[in-house]
Ligand binder design. Structure first.
Ligand SMILES: Nc1nc2c(c(=O)[nH]1)N[C@H]1C(S)=C(S)[C@@H](COP(=O)(O)O)O[C@H]1N2
Ligand SMILES: [Mo]
Length: 200
C-alpha cells in the first residue's frame, strides 16, 4: 500500500532543498531598505578594516583580477522565498582574508555598504569556501538593484546577510548587530533552523 504517500503528505511534500517555512521562487525579487546607490568604479574600493582601522584594500581592477569562483547556490530570504541554483561569479573571502593579519580575538565582522546598510556575521562563516564578494550574476555584471557593482554572498545564511553594495568588512572582537539585527532579525540567521527573529 505505497499509493498513499503523495496525497497523504500533500503540500508538505516539497523539495528537500527548500528550508522549513520557505516557498520556491522562480523570479529574483529585489529587497532593498533604501534607494539603489550608484558607484563610480574609478574610485571604488573594497576594504577590510579592524575597529575601523585599515588592514587591506582593493581597487575595482585589483579585486576583479584576483582568482574568481563561479558559484551556483540556493538562496533563502527571510520573507520566505527561496531561489535554487542562483549563479554568481565572485572572489572568495578566503582569498581576500589570506593576506590579512587577523588577531585571534577578532572573530566577528560587520559588512558596511554604500547607503549605510550593515550586517554582522561571524568571521568563521566568511571562511572555508562559504562566502564571496560577488560581482556577476547569471554571466553578466551584477545589476545595481541586486547589489552591483559588488555584494557579499553568504548563501548558507538568510539573504539579508548578503549585503548589497558592500564596501568594507570590519573585523570586530564582539558580535555587534547590524541594520536588520537591531530591528529584530536574528543575530545569526540559519535558514535550516528558521532563525528569523530574536528568540528563534
Ligand atoms: N545594502 C543592502 N544590502 C541588502 C539589503 C539592503 O536593503 N541593503 N537587503 C537585504 C535583504 S533583506 C535581502 S533578502 C537581500 C535581497 O537581495 P536582492 O534584492 O538581490 O534579492 O539583500 C540583502 N542585502
Ligand atoms: Mo530579506
Amino acid at each position: 500500500m505505497a499509493i498513499i504517500s503523495r496525497g497523504f503528505r500533500g503540500k508538505r511534500d516539497v523539495d528537500p532543498r527548500i528550508p522549513p517555512g520557505q516557498y520556491l521562487e522562480r523570479g529574483f525579487p529585489v529587497l532593498s531598505a533604501g534607494p539603489t546607490p550608484r558607484a563610480d568604479l574609478s574610485t571604488w574600493t573594497f576594504s577590510i578594516t579592524a575597529g575601523g582601522a585599515p588592514r587591506a584594500s582593493w581597487t575595482w581592477s585589483e579585486l576583479t583580477h584576483l582568482p574568481h569562483d563561479d558559484i551556483v547556490k540556493d538562496i533563502h530570504c527571510v520573507t520566505k522565498w527561496s531561489k535554487l541554483d542562483s549563479a554568481w561569479r565572485g572572489i572568495s573571502l578566503d582569498t581576500l582574508l589570506d593576506g590579512v593579519e587577523v588577531a585571534p580575538e577578532e572573530q566577528y565582522a560587520m559588512a558596511h555598504c554604500d547607503g549605510g546598510y550593515t550586517t554582522n556575521v561571524p568571521l568563521a562563516d566568511l571562511r572555508g569556501g562559504k562566502a564571496w564578494i560577488a560581482y556577476q550574476y547569471d554571466g553578466a555584471p551584477l545589476p545595481p538593484e541586486h547589489g552591483g557593482p559588488a555584494r557579499l554572498l553568504i548563501p548558507h545564511l538568510y539573504f539579508w546577510k548578503s549585503a548589497k553594495w558592500v564596501r568594507s568588512l570590519d573585523l570586530m572582537t564582539e558580535d555587534t548587530w547590524g541594520f536588520w539585527e537591531r530591528l529584530g532579525y536574528h543575530a545569526y540567521g540559519d535558514p535550516w533552523k528558521e532563525q528569523r527573529y530574536w528568540g528563534d
